[in-house]
Ligand binder design. Structure first.
Ligand SMILES: [Zn+2]
Length: 207
């Protein structure tokens, strides 16, 4: 059974995303955040901030137990013919746990990809960060059990935003990795999910 989260909220937030991609709104587009929420999996939105001063480079911070997932994602992407652009990989300066990422649409946020200084003329001054909500001692975040497959799905979803620069979300009804929500049984056939993910990136999301 799938759990669909905050569909209306996501649509609204996606609208904000398209607004911020307009050149007329450089201030809002300076920092774009993607918030991801997960129950059975992943509802996600984006939210601009009104911070108009460029941020300094965030301190590098890579959690040893998350980086193998990043490496695995990159390897899968290469094998699928949709390799990660070196520029985006360089810009990713944090992949780490965080104790609290807040809530969105009444649900606990489980992961977040942020793009910082997105319009900075110097690509080396643009940064990307991923933070994953740290589960409690029982391995839960709220009512979501963060087992290995769930964690992998959350991290891959964020990597889709941060490393493949995927903006917004696919319709929930398509049940893709970059959908706003996903029935649990869908990400239990993870290979099929991945295959479709990279195939879509290859054909529809070139940068
Ligand atoms: Zn997302």
């Amino acid at each position: 059974m799938g759990v669909l989260l905050a569909a209306a909220g996501c649509e609204m937030l996606l609208l904000l995303t398209s607004l911020t991609s307009q050149p007329l709104m450089p201030v809002l587009s300076r920092i774009i955040q993607y918030f991801c929420i997960l129950m059975a999996l992943v509802a996600c939105g984006s939210q601009p901030t009104e911070n108009d001063s460029p941020v300094v480079k965030p301190e590098s911070s890579f959690a040893a137990d998350l980086m193998p997932l990043v490496a695995a994602y990159e390897a899968e992407a290469v094998m699928a013919g949709a390799p990660v652009a070196p520029e985006f990989r360089r810009q990713l300066v944090q992949v780490d746990w965080q104790n609290d990422l807040g809530t969105q649409g009444g649900e606990t946020v489980l992961g977040r990809c942020e793009r910082l200084n997105e319009n900075h003329p110097d690509p080396d001054m643009r940064f990307r960060t991923i933070r994953i909500r740290r589960p409690d001692a029982r391995g839960y975040v709220g009512s979501t059990r963060m087992d290995a497959l769930t964690l992998r799905t959350v991290v891959y979803h964020e990597l889709g935003h941060c490393l493949h620069d995927f903006r917004g979300h696919l319709p929930e009804t398509t049940h893709q990795l970059m959908s706003a929500s996903l029935p649990k049984e869908r990400f239990q056939s993870f290979q099929a999910l991945l295959q479709q993910h990279f195939s879509l990136l290859k054909t529809k999301h070139k940068h």
